[in-house]
Design a protein around this ligand. Structure first.
Ligand code: SAH
Length: 363
């Protein structure tokens, strides 16, 4: 049994059931056994694969997008180019290689990687060792110095803390992690005895609050606090945030909490620390939260349509012609990133901006 599991069992015995958010924090970031804290889980031979690991085209187009975003902001020098949860550092590496073609951008950019995992910080440092940029690390966005900023996050929101509530007897009750009936060591989902507080109910997406008996809804307190931090930054200095993740365009009911290990779905409660834990991002709730905080928020755009608008087909053709990469491989990468049966529609891009800025490329 993992130490994380033992500690959770002791905690539940003494304090009662814990929220899914608390469970995720332990399973993902426990310093000795946490899924992200201790290893590099990203890539074909590891646990899951992400768009920047599928193809260099993804990061390159994002780099060019950043140059446009920077010009829209009045080309501030210096400015902060911030990535949230950079994983292996591949997207930033590809983005910088493309964006560097604009010398002014290259001179002005101060790169900050916001990363909670010591293991992944190491991988990022290796990936970016030869990039001719000043690169620093921060544990949280709040720790990045003030100033104009462009913030990027790919598959960052989906692993931020999640809570679930079920309509039971006409009231919302939190779905927690406790013990299966008649055991004191088998983790299982249980319903809280107490109804949700008024504050908790307020965090449920407005269109879902009247959902019928038995409905399950998810709230994402981590996304909500991130939006607040971004809004504070962008009210002080101009900025844009590009957030790409998987999830529906607007709020939906249903349990989307999932665990992935070696590219397979597994039971999220079986082996805390051994699997990636994520849930769908609610882009409707994200947009409403950003607007309530005084930001302008684009509609979520499907990843396939967004990459196409940015010119991924032309980039694929140019790469094929260059002879540097195998044509068949590039076609497969393009398909993986953009087609409806792959990442093209499930994944969405959304841009949050300081309200005075024009709409961003591709939105
Ligand atoms: N963006 C990368 C990695 C996605 S995995 C890619 O697309 O390949 C999620 C990343 O976010 C990991 O680097 C993980 O360690 C980091 N992360 C998750 N929660 C975090 C938090 N609260 N603070 C900082 N980094 C976090």
């Amino acid at each position: 049994m993992t130490e994380i599991r033992e500690r959770l069992i002791r905690r539940i015995r003494s304090e009662g059931p814990v929220s899914i958010a608390a469970y995720m924090a332990e399973a993902l970031f426990d310093p000795r056994e946490g899924f992200y804290a201790t290893r590099d889980p990203i890539g074909a031979g590891a646990d899951f694969i992400t768009a920047p690991e599928v193809s260099q085209m993804f990061g390159e187009l994002i780099g060019l997008w950043c140059v446009e975003a920077w010009r829209d902001m009045g080309a501030p020098d210096p400015f902060h180019l911030i990535e949230l949860g950079p994983g292996r550092g591949t997207m930033m590496s590809d983005a910088l290689r493309a964006a560097r073609l604009d010398e002014g951008f290259a001179r002005a950019a101060r790169v900050h990687l916001v990363e909670a995992s010591p293991a992944l910080k190491n991988v990022q440092a290796q990936t970016l060792a030869s990039a001719p940029f000043q690169i620093g690390w921060a544990d949280a966005l709040e720790d990045v110095p003030a100033g104009p900023s462009i913030i990027l996050g790919n598959e960052f929101l989906d692993c931020l803390p999640l809570r679930q509530f079920v309509k039971h007897g006409g009231e919302w009750r939190e779905r927690l992690i406790g013990f299966a009936p008649d055991t004191d060591d088998t983790l299982a989902f249980v319903l809280s005895h107490a109804p949700a507080s008024a504050l908790e109910i307020e965090q449920i997406a407005a269109p879902l609050r009247d959902a019928p008996e038995g409905a399950l809804v998810e709230t994402r307190p981590g996304d909500a606090s991130l939006v607040d931090v971004i809004a504070r930054r962008f009210h002080a200095d101009p900025g844009r945030a590009l957030l790409i993740d998987y999830g529906p365009a607007d709020s939906e009911t249903g349990d989307t909490f999932q665990a992935i290990k070696s590219h397979e779905k597994v039971d999220p409660l079986t082996d805390p620390g051994k699997a990636d834990l994520t849930a769908r991002v609610d882009f409707g709730a994200l947009k409403r939260a950003a607007e309530a905080a005084g930001l302008s928020a684009s509609a979520p755009v499907e990843q396939g349509a967004w990459l196409t608008a940015l010119g991924i087909e032309q980039r694929a053709a140019a790469l094929s012609m260059s002879g540097k990469a195998d044509r068949g491989l590039i076609v497969r990468q393009l398909h993986r990133l953009t087609s409806d049966d792959q990442m093209g529609t499930l994944f969405k891009a959304m841009c949050l901006s300081a309200p005075e800025l024009p709409s961003a490329p591709g939105f």
